[in-house]
Design a protein around this ligand. Structure first.
Ligand SMILES: O=C(O)c1cc(C(=O)O)oc(=O)c1
Length: 311
């Protein structure tokens, strides 16, 4: 597979391309497992990157995503709109439509979107919108605009996905806790794992989930959060051990409100690109029993994204 950025685009300097030839996981995923956080990038020649983007990635097409899904043993994907596409959801929608019902999506929308356009997104398989508060990724969208969008998508039965850094949770608390939908936190709210699992910062995140039963968390991205490694490369089976206590705490306390995803193609990683097969092998460390694994990988994502099929 050749990895390029097509169209009139040049990759951000230092960009790390996704890993070719991932291992077959040793951990066998339960039947029907969902990769509930992944992206498509372009291809730029077909789906141009947004003018307001903060980075230009290498292309990562739907066909490449579906090949990874099959290789790792997932049954389905949730394709989350990547910030490099702004509020132009065409690449994500195209992936959902091409998946034969095996992908659902999370969109980024502006308040100018019409009801008809929202209905079209729904028909394509979109079931949520993403609000992003990570400053290196997006410019600020006023909270009144976000709240207006949340009110509109609530009527479609959709949820809100939020992405923020742990240090920003206190100032975002009131907004998050006013949202009228299920709220799904990306990557555990990005804890600083060097502060420890019993830190005030992580305690606040657990309180956020404990006091608000509509809040869910993706226990994803150990490769982003780890400070110690070792990196999930070259067969390493003990990768990212410093992240395990955080994810495991969330899985064990909130087993019915957690999701897991590869985060392929892993935008903006700076020091290494993980082997996605080894990332799958991380799962039994954070969800140690078959029951927790089934909830994390099958029951919970099915309830949120394919409720009509959920048992
Ligand atoms: O931490 C990141 O850089 C990142 C970026 C994006 C995106 O650009 O959409 O999505 C993610 O899930 C994570």
């Amino acid at each position: 597979m050749s990895k390029t950025t097509s169209g009139d685009f040049t990759k951000t300097t230092g960009w790390l391309d996704w890993y070719t030839g991932p291992a077959k996981p040793q951990f066998q995923l339960p039947a029907g497992a969902v990769d509930a956080h992944c992206h498509v990038f372009g291809p730029g020649a077909e789906f141009p990157y947004a003018p307001e983007r903060k980075y230009t990635p290498c292309d990562a097409s739907k066909a490449q995503l579906f090949a990874l899904r099959d290789h790792l043993g997932f049954a389905r994907n949730v394709v989350v709109q990547a910030t490099c596409h702004g509020a132009d959801n065409r690449a994500m929608v195209d992936a959902c439509l091409a998946s034969g019902g095996k992908a659902r999506g999370v969109a980024t929308v502006r308040r100018t979107i019409t009801d008809q356009e929202l209905q079209q997104l729904h028909a394509a398989g979109v079931r949520g919108v993403r609000f992003n508060f990570v400053k290196r990724l997006v410019d600020f969208t006023p909270k009144d605009e976000l709240m207006e969008i949340a009110g509109r998508i609530a009527k479609l039965g959709w949820h809100v996905v939020i992405y923020f850094e742990a240090v920003d949770l206190p100032q975002l608390w009131d907004f998050f806790t006013s949202l009228p939908t299920t709220v799904v936190v990306d990557h555990m709210g990005r804890p600083d794992v060097t502060k420890g699992v019993d830190s005030e910062e992580f305690a606040l995140f657990l309180k956020f989930m404990r006091e608000h039963p509509n809040v869910w968390s993706k226990v994803s991205c150990p490769e982003r959060l780890s400070a110690t490694g070792p990196q999930a490369l070259d067969g390493e089976q003990a990768a990212y051990r410093d992240v395990v206590p955080f994810a495991r705490r969330v899985v064990e306390e909130f087993p019915d409100r957690v999701l897991w995803g590869t985060d392929w193609p892993h935008p903006n990683l700076k020091d290494h690109m993980p082997d996605d097969g080894l990332l799958v092998d991380f799962i039994p460390h954070i969800a140690p029993t078959p029951e927790l694994q089934r909830k994390l990988l099958v029951d919970n994502p099915m309830r949120l994204y394919w409720p009509e099929e959920a048992s």
